[in-house]
Design a protein around this ligand. Structure first.
Ligand code: 4NP
Length: 171
């Protein structure tokens, strides 16, 4: 099948071990709930190279596991120049991610770069970096990502409601 009609979405954060792998896993699960796997290409990447090749942070793996999503096999990678033409939508998790993405991106790709919560929810807010935080911070990150991902799929595919009940808040 041609992949040309797919919308390619890249979630980006600083390390690609806490927020963006969770966003990748949650959005992928929502897409699967709606039977829309054919319509999206979904990936995540880091701005930094510290964790390249490594698994997601155990706290992100755990928070995803609690709602039945397995992100343990995802591996961190650093964003590269071809990503700016390969992906239609590039979502930074916070405003410092956006600044860095705009520095790295070729001029013509800057319109593809958006703050995730702003694009999905109309809120000019960050998904805050939980790396030095608590398990509760990871739960809060999950809730923000879940809400934004539900809104994103409604925006991108308004005609396709979930096939079964909506998953799930962990609080
Ligand atoms: P992330 O969190 O950007 O959500 O993956 C971080 C992960 C690692 C580091 C910072 C933030 N770090 O400094 O290594």
């Amino acid at each position: 099948m041609s992949t040309k009609s797919r919308t390619a979405i890249l979630f980006v954060c600083l390390g690609n071990i806490c927020r963006s792998p969770l966003a990748e896993g949650v959005f992928r699960a929502i897409v699967a709930e709606r039977g829309l796997e054919h319509a999206f290409e979904i990936d995540s990447a880091a701005l930094g190279d510290w964790h390249v090749g490594g698994p997601p942070d155990a706290r992100s793996v755990a928070v995803a596991h609690r709602v039945g999503i397995d992100i343990s096999l995802q591996r961190a990678r650093q964003i590269a120049l071809p990503d700016f033409s390969r992906f239609d939508l590039i979502f930074g998790m916070d405003r410092s991610n956006i600044s860095r993405l705009c520095e790295l991106a070729p001029k013509e790709a800057r319109q593809r770069i958006h703050l995730f919560l702003d694009y999905a929810l109309g809120k000019e807010e960050d998904v805050p970096d939980p790396y030095y935080g608590t398990e509760e911070n990871f739960s809060e990150v999950y809730e923000k990502i879940r809400e934004a991902s539900e809104a994103l799929i409604s925006r991108l595919a308004p005609e396709s409601p979930p096939r079964s009940g909506q998953a799930s808040s962990i609080t």
